[in-house]
Design a protein around this ligand. Structure first.
Ligand code: ADP
Ligand code: ZN
Length: 434
């Protein structure tokens, strides 16, 4: 299903033409309307006329989250505040919230992008979409809401939390599509089981999950527990929220709405652009924004680009799974790893539940990682002590093999790790306190 088949299936030449036209326009627009960019361009000895095509993009300066913070509140705006019709702000995973602004045209473009994405995921007019992302300053809920509504589906804005009420709504209104974070999907699935409800008595068929990584292993858990197809959705407040990219039903990467979001991958250390297929930091230039256009915005998210044809027929370039944020990367005893890598290893064990906390500690002045993880209740209650010890040993061995150093695994009593209703807090750094 397509919302805008013509654009989603353009030839590479046609897409490049659109991107170049908008890149030139946006470069001139920010130079003339955002003092921050005028100064940056001048400092780099650059004039908008120097940007003649996509190959010149590497000459443009980057924009970072701290630039947005330094220019709080309206410094990055290209329009007077009276032209702004909506404000959202980031959930602040890494510090102070950062705002994003929309003109009426920006909102319309946002609806267009999220509607394309909802169609790509297979949402139809007959669907009942339950939006269990939190309705706050955060963009997630509002974005999904707009897309599903434009398709003509029934939208139930439950927001996150009050899980039993969520489930009651699912039963009473025959919810077919659940929009929420992957960790909240697991929380909901668990409560459905506790309430003695059979997943087959619900009408759920599709889950759209974003705002945090969902490993393949976690996807399988969600799909099995809820009896649905689970797709990954990517978005970021600074880019305007959901609508940037989503997986199609082929599940082989997220298609990017590249007529609005021009993607690049760079080496996060040298800032050099990397070719397709190589892993690095995702950078976006917002090609059609009026209120807050961003040039080469460094997302901090780590992935790769893939432009091979996709089975769904779309020609929109794809990015791979987000393996983590470069600022989420844990460095322990000199070894780098992302929590999502550890999740893949642990969920490979069928006794293990997707509830875990990674505690970074100091032991004899050395970094030490303690992972607390839950098992299924029956295993915890029925397995003999030796069996649990064996499981721990086996997990520690596998983690060491795959991640490269030893972590201590501690199996804890079921339901002792706090359940997530939004983005899960998986890492606790206790190293500084000692
Ligand atoms: P912040 O968390 O920085 O306050 P947002 O709430 O806007 O900002 O969250 C955006 C971030 O959430 C992204 O940069 C990315 O790290 C993470 N994110 C969003 N969607 C996904 C996804 N599908 N997979 C992994 N991470 C995601
Ligand atoms: Zn596809």
């Amino acid at each position: 299903m397509f919302w805008d088949k013509k654009t989603e299936c353009l030839s590479r030449n046609e897409m490049t033409h659109i991107q170049e036209t908008h890149l030139k326009k946006t470069t001139k627009y920010v130079f003339e309307n955002v003092a921050f960019y005028k100064q940056k361009f001048e400092k780099a000895g650059l004039h908008p006329d120097d940007i003649k095509g996509l190959e010149d993009i590497a000459r443009l300066p980057f924009t970072t989250k701290s630039d947005l913070r330094d220019n709080y509140p309206y410094g990055m705006c290209a329009v007077p505040p009276s032209h702004i019709v909506r404000v959202h702000a980031s959930s602040g995973t890494t510090g102070k919230p950062t705002p994003v602004f929309y003109t009426a045209q920006d909102l319309e473009n946002w609806v267009n992008c999220v509607t394309r994405n909802c169609c790509m995921a297979g949402i139809r007019q007959i669907d009942v979409c339950q939006i269990a992302f939190r309705y706050t300053l955060f963009t997630g809920a509002f974005g999904h809401h707009l897309g599903a509504e434009r398709i003509g589906a029934t939208v139930i804005p439950t927001s996150s939390g009050q899980t039993e009420r969520q489930i009651m709504m699912m039963q009473d209104f025959g919810t077919t599509v659940l929009h929420c974070t992957p960790s909240y999907a697991i929380t909901i699935a668990e409560r459905i089981r506790e309430m003695g409800i059979n997943k087959n008595d619900l009408s759920l068929r599709l889950g759209i999950h974003g705002a945090e990584p969902m490993s393949e292993e976690l996807r399988t858990e969600i799909e099995e527990r809820l009896g649905i197809t689970a797709l990954r959705d990517y978005g970021m407040t600074e880019l305007g929220g959901p609508g940037t990219s989503i997986e199609c039903l082929e599940k082989n990467g997220y298609h990017i709405n590249e007529d609005f979001f021009y993607p690049e991958i760079i080496d996060p250390d040298t800032c050099e652009p990397l070719p397709d297929g190589q892993t690095g930091e995702l950078v976006f230039t917002l090609l059609q924004k009026e209120a807050m256009p961003l040039i080469r915005y460094r997302s901090r998210d780590i992935t790769y680009l893939e432009s091979e044809p996709c089975g769904c027929g779309r020609t929109l370039v794809r990015h791979g799974p987000i393996i983590g944020r470069s600022d989420d990367m844990l460095i322990v005893g000199g070894v780098n790893f992302f929590p999502s890598q550890l999740e893949c290893v642990m969920l490979g064990f069928e006794e293990i539940e997707p509830h875990y906390v990674i505690r970074l500690k100091k032991k004899n002045r050395l970094d030490h990682v303690l992972v607390e993880v839950e098992t299924a209740s029956d295993f915890w209650t029925n397995a003999p002590k030796e069996k649990i010890a064996e499981l721990v040993q086996e997990m520690e061995r596998k983690v060491k093999n795959i991640i490269g150093f030893r972590m201590e695994i501690n199996i804890v009593e079921p339901f002792t790790i706090p359940r997530s209703e939004g983005k899960a807090q998986r890492v606790v750094d206790e190293r500084r306190e000692k």
